[in-house]
Design a protein around this ligand. Structure first.
Ligand code: GDP
Ligand code: MN
Ligand code: MN
Length: 249
C-alpha cells in the first residue's frame, strides 16, 4: 500500500460570489486520478452567494427571544432559524436540523472568514455541491476525483470541534464492516465506519480555522472502501435527538 499523501491547496484568493472554485483549485494544484478533494463549505457558499448582510435581516419575535436568552444578535439568530427545518434545542445554544439531514449548532451559520456584518449559510444541498465540483474537475482536468464538502462541527460528549463531511461524491460515506471477521474469527455485527467524516476531520486539521487560507485539501492514495450512504440516522434511529426533543425516555 502506498503512503497516503495529504496536501493543502495554497494560493487561493478570498472567494467572492460568482467565483469558479473548481477552476481556481485546479489552477493552484494538480489533481491525480482517484484523489479525494475536500473543500470547506465556507468557500463553496461564498462562491454561490449563500451569504447575507445582518442589516438585511429583520428578526422575528422568536429570534429576539432566543437572542436575549443566548446573548446573541437577534438578526444572527433569525439567520439560524431561516436555515433550520427544526430546532432541537433552544438553550444554551441553538441546535438545528437542516433540510439535508445534518444536525448542527446554530445551523452551521458562520460569521468568520467573511466581512464584518455578514453571515455565511451552509450550502443548501451539499450532496449536489459535491457532485457539481467533481463534474467540473473532470471537465477541466479529465481526472476523476472524489469530493467532500466539509464543515467544522461541535460534537456531543467531547470538547473540541472536528471537521465533518456534509456532502460527498464519488465515494460512499460509510465503510461497512458488518459480516467481516476480526483477527480471531469473530463476525463483526455492528461496526460501520464513517470514512467521509474521518477524511473531513483530517482535512479540517490541515485547513485550520482562522487565517491559514487553505480551504481545500487533497488526499492521494487512499485505499478504496465499500459500504453505503446512510450517514444520517432516521428519526426512529436517532435516540439522542429523541431524548433532546423529549420524545424518548
Ligand atoms: P468552515 O470549516 O467550512 O466553516 O471554514 P473555515 O472558516 O473554518 O475555513 C477553513 C479554511 O479555509 C481556513 O484555512 C480559512 O482560512 C480558509 N478560508 C476561508 N475562506 C477563505 C477564502 O475565501 N479564501 C481562502 N484562500 N481561504 C479561505
Ligand atoms: Mn463552518
Ligand atoms: Mn472550519
Amino acid at each position: 500500500m502506498k503512503p497516503i499523501q495529504v496536501m493543502g491547496v495554497r494560493g487561493l484568493p478570498l472567494i467572492q460570489a460568482g467565483d469558479n472554485i473548481a477552476a481556481m483549485i485546479c489552477e493552484n494544484t494538480t489533481v491525480h486520478e482517484g484523489d479525494v478533494l475536500c473543500v470547506a463549505s465556507t468557500i463553496y457558499s461564498k462562491s454561490k452567494g449563500h451569504t447575507k448582510p445582518l442589516l438585511a435581516i429583520t428578526p422575528s419575535e422568536r429570534a429576539i427571544r432566543l437572542g436575549n436568552l443566548n446573548g446573541e444578535d437577534p438578526r444572527f439568530v433569525q439567520a439560524v432559524l431561516d436555515a433550520s427545518t427544526d430546532i432541537i434545542m433552544e438553550y444554551p445554544f441553538i441546535l438545528s436540523e437542516l433540510a439535508f439531514g445534518h444536525i448542527g449548532v446554530r445551523a452551521g451559520v458562520d460569521q468568520s472568514n467573511i466581512e464584518d456584518g455578514m453571515v455565511i449559510f451552509l450550502p443548501p444541498d451539499p450532496m449536489k455541491a459535491a457532485d457539481e465540483l467533481r463534474e467540473e474537475i473532470r471537465t477541466i482536468t479529465g481526472k476523476c476525483v472524489g469530493t467532500i464538502i466539509t464543515d467544522t462541527c461541535g460534537r456531543s460528549f467531547r470538547r473540541g470541534q472536528t471537521g465533518n463531511a456534509i456532502g460527498w461524491s464519488g465515494m460512499v460515506a460509510i465503510r461497512d464492516f458488518r459480516g467481516d471477521t476480526d483477527l480471531f474469527g469473530h463476525v463483526l455485527k455492528i461496526t460501520e465506519e464513517a470514512v467521509v467524516d474521518e477524511i473531513a476531520g483530517f482535512a479540517n486539521f490541515v485547513m485550520g480555522e482562522s487565517n491559514n487560507g487553505v480551504p481545500a485539501v487533497i488526499f492521494r492514495n487512499c485505499p478504496a472502501w465499500t459500504g453505503h450512504d446512510n450517514l444520517y440516522f432516521t428519526n426512529d434511529e436517532d435516540i439522542t435527538k429523541r431524548v433532546l426533543k423529549k420524545e424518548w425516555s
